[in-house]
Design a protein around this ligand. Structure first.
Ligand SMILES: N[C@@H](CCC(=O)N[C@@H](CS)C(=O)NCC(=O)O)C(=O)O
Length: 258
């Protein structure tokens, strides 16, 4: 199988990528990384992501450096020049086919961009690649998600879901401060969503998709009111969270459940 995703279904960043893979109708293998057992900090996973965080994607692609008749010599090994990547090369009469394995792509948003771009003709078009202006707006709103929405919502999710696992009660001061920040971001979304159905325009895109995992966990908490109080944001949330691709992914998003 060409695409291998290393991660955990309950993880927000893994779910972001899983949703993208489902929207694109792609075959892939999910390789489970057990965060609770610390697998992400062990050498095999650190070789894929030295930051020790999930997810990581491997695309076992074939790169052709030359072509010709196969003379059957197979060369396998790690090389300095290709860092720690494993490579396979098949010597041919007038060239070498090199097949790289274990080329990891990390950072969930970089992974979704790669998948959406590489498979732009497959499944749902997440990037509006045929319209340069719409494509630019998709990029704008994916940046807004990572630069404005994420910094406000992530600490709230941490307090509700991760702090209790570490033996701490959620810190209401942090929650309140970040909720105020998130409310201001969502006021801008509310205004935008009065004129277009989705963030980048009247089409669902990668920009909307990137919001799903953190918003999904937020909606399980009392802080869901920050969405429910804003009618256009609420309608947008109900729309994007009921797409079949995300519904499939949400089944595995049970972080913090007993
Ligand atoms: N910016 C990264 C963040 C990755 C991240 O924070 N992953 C979490 C799971 S959602 C993780 O591996 N946490 C364990 C740790 O940081 O030790 C991305 O979007 O992929």
């Amino acid at each position: 199988m060409a695409l291998k995703l290393y991660g955990a279904p309950m993880s927000t960043c893994t779910s972001r990528v899983l949703t993208c893979l489902h929207e694109k109708d792609l075959d892939f293998e999910l390789v489970l990384v057990d965060l609770f057992a610390g697998e992400h900090k062990q050498p095999p996973f650190l070789a894929k992501n030295p930051f020790g965080q999930i997810p990581a994607l491997e695309d076992d692609d074939l790169t052709v450096f030359g072509f010709g008749l196969l003379i059957g010599k197979l060369i396998v090994g790690p090389t300095q020049s290709m860092s720690s990547k494993v490579w396979l090369a098949v010597q041919t009469l007038n060239g070498v086919y090199v097949r790289c394995c274990e080329v990891s792509i990390i950072e969930s948003r970089a992974i979704t961009s790669y998948v959406a771009e590489k498979f732009k003709e497959t499944g749902y078009d997440l990037t509006r690649h045929q319209n340069i202006k719409e494509a630019a707006l998709v990029k704008v709103w994916t940046e807004v998600e990572s630069q404005q929405f994420h910094p406000a919502i992530a600490p709230i999710i941490f307090q509700f879901f991760v702090a209790p696992l570490q033996g701490n009660s959620p810190d209401q001061t942090i929650i309140d401060a970040k909720l105020e920040k998130l409310g201001k971001v969502l006021d801008i979304y509310e205004a935008k969503l009065t004129s277009t159905k989705y963030l980048a325009g009247d089409f669902y895109s990668l920009a909307d998709l990137h919001h799903l995992p953190y918003a999904y966990y937020l909606m399980k908490t009392p802080a869901a009111s920050v969405v429910n109080e804003r009618p256009h944001v609420k309608a947008w949330w109900e729309d994007i969270s009921t797409r079949p691709a995300f519904k499939k992914v949400a089944e595995g998003m049970n972080f913090g459940e007993k």
